[in-house]
Design a protein around this ligand. Structure first.
Ligand SMILES: NC(=O)c1ccc[n+]([C@@H]2O[C@H](COP(=O)([O-])OP(=O)(O)OC[C@H]3O[C@@H](n4cnc5c(N)ncnc54)[C@H](O)[C@@H]3O)[C@@H](O)[C@H]2O)c1
Ligand SMILES: [Zn+2]
Length: 317
C-alpha cells in the first residue's frame, strides 16, 4: 500500500543538483533595501534552512593562510620549503608526504588548528539569535563544528563533508569513523622534525591499513551511522518544510562545491513559490537567478556586516 505522504518526501539525494541557474544577475537594489527584504523574508518564515560554506567561517574570523599559517606551520615551511603547498592550511593538507609519520605530523596540527581549537563563534551566535520560535536546520559543507560550538544542537546539523575531529580507514573498508582529537594532541606534542613516532601512526582496526581524515576528498569517504542519521533528519525537515513558509539562508557558499548547497537552493526556490532565498556572499558569488524575482535577494557584502544588520532588523534593535 502506498504511504499517503510518499509524494512529498524529499531525500538528500533528490535535493542535490549539479545544474547552475542560467540567469544569474547581480541585483542593483541598494544595500539597506536588501537588508530589509531579507529581514521580511525571515520574519515571514516558519522554517529556516541555513546553508553554510567556507565563507561563513572566513567571515567569522577563521584564517587559513598568510601570517597565520607562518605562525602555526612555520616549522613545516622550514622542512618542506615555502612551495605552493606550504602557503595555507588547505593546500598543506595535499602535500605528498614521504611517509605516514610525516603525514600525521602535519595533519594532527592541521586538524586541531582548523577544527577542535578553532573558535570563531561570536558571528555564529549572533546569527542564531535571529531565529527564535522558528524551525531551524543547518546544512553545511564545513568540517569545523563552529555552529555546534555556538550552541546549535547536533540534531539540527547535517555536515555533509566530514569533520576535522574524525579519522577513518583510508580505503573506507568499514563504515565507521573514530574521534581522534586526543590522539592529535598527543601527536602534536610528540612531533620532532615534522614527524610523529612510528608507534603513534594510526592503523585501521579492521584491515590494518593506513587511516585518513574523515573529510570528503575521494570516493573512499566514510558516511558512518551518525552521517546517515543526520541525512535522514535533513530529509525529514525538508519534506515537512518544502510546502510551508520556508526561507533558505545561504552563507558564504561559492563555486568549489556548489552542487551541495548553492545549486540545490536555487532549484528548490525555482520549484516552490512558497520558498524564498537569501544569498550572502561577496562579488560574483552574490549573484542570484533573475527568474526568482523578488523571492531572491543576493547581498554582496562582508557577512560579518550583513549578518549583523539582518539580525538587528529581525530583532528590531
Ligand atoms: N571551515 C571549513 O570547514 C572549510 C574551510 C575551507 C574549505 N572547506 C571545504 O572546502 C569546500 C569549499 O566549498 P565552499 O562552497 O564552502 O567554499 P568556496 O571557497 O567555494 O566559497 C566560499 C565563498 O565564501 C565567500 N566569502 C568568503 N569570505 C566572505 C565574507 N567575509 N563574507 C561573505 N562571503 C564570503 C566567497 O566569495 C566564496 O564564494 C567545502 O566543500 C568544504 O568541505 C571547509
Ligand atoms: Zn580498513
Amino acid at each position: 500500500m502506498l504511504c499517503k505522504n510518499t509524494a512529498n518526501k524529499l531525500t538528500f539525494n533528490a535535493f542535490l543538483s549539479g545544474t547552475p541557474a542560467r540567469d544569474y544577475i547581480m541585483q542593483d537594489t541598494p544595500y539597506d533595501e536588501q537588508i530589509s527584504q531579507a529581514v521580511k523574508m525571515i520574519n515571514d518564515a516558519d522554517y529556516v534552512l541555513l546553508g553554510a560554506g567556507a565563507g561563513m567561517s572566513t567571515a567569522a574570523g577563521a584564517q587559513y593562510g598568510g601570517k597565520f599559517f607562518e605562525e602555526h606551520f612555520g616549522e613545516f615551511q622550514k622542512i618542506y620549503g615555502k612551495n605552493p603547498y606550504m602557503q595555507d592550511m588547505y593546500s598543506a593538507g595535499f602535500y605528498p608526504f614521504p611517509d605516514q609519520e610525516s603525514k600525521w605530523g602535519l595533519w594532527s596540527r592541521l586538524a586541531l588548528t582548523a577544527g577542535a581549537d578553532l573558535d570563531v563563534t561570536p558571528l555564529h551566535k549572533t546569527l542564531l539569535d535571529a531565529f527564535e520560535g522558528k524551525k531551524l536546520f543547518l546544512l553545511s559543507t564545513n568540517a569545523d563544528h563552529q555552529f555546534e560550538k555556538a550552541g546549535l544542537s547536533a540534531e539540527q546539523i547535517f555536515a555533509t563533508q566530514g569533520s576535522y575531529n574524525l579519522i577513518q580507514c583510508k580505503r573506507g573498508c568499514h563504515p565507521k569513523t573514530y574521534n581522534a582529537v586526543e590522539r592529535f594532541r598527543e601527536m602534536d606534542a610528540a612531533r620532532r622534525n615534522g614527524r610523529i613516532p612510528s608507534e603513534m601512526v594510526p592503523k585501521c582496526p579492521v584491515c590494518g591499513g593506513d587511516m585518513a581524515m574523515n573529510l570528503r576528498v575521494d570516493d573512499h569517504f566514510v558516511e558512518d551511522a551518525a552521517w546517515h542519521e543526520a541525512e535522514h533528519r535533513f530529509g525529514v525537515f525538508l519534506s515537512e518544510a518544502q510546502d510551508k513558509k520556508l526561507v533558505l539562508l545561504e552563507l558564504g557558499v561559492g563555486f568549489n562545491t556548489p552542487t551541495i548547497i548553492r545549486f540545490p537552493f536555487e532549484k528548490l526556490a525555482r520549484e516552490h513559490e512558497n520558498i524564498n532565498l537569501i544569498r550572502l556572499n561577496v562579488g560574483e558569488g552574490a549573484t542570484v537567478p533573475a527568474s526568482l524575482g523578488e523571492r531572491a535577494v543576493g547581498i554582496d557584502a562582508d557577512m560579518a556586516k550583513s549578518i549583523t544588520d539582518i539580525v538587528s532588523g529581525v530583532r528590531g534593535d
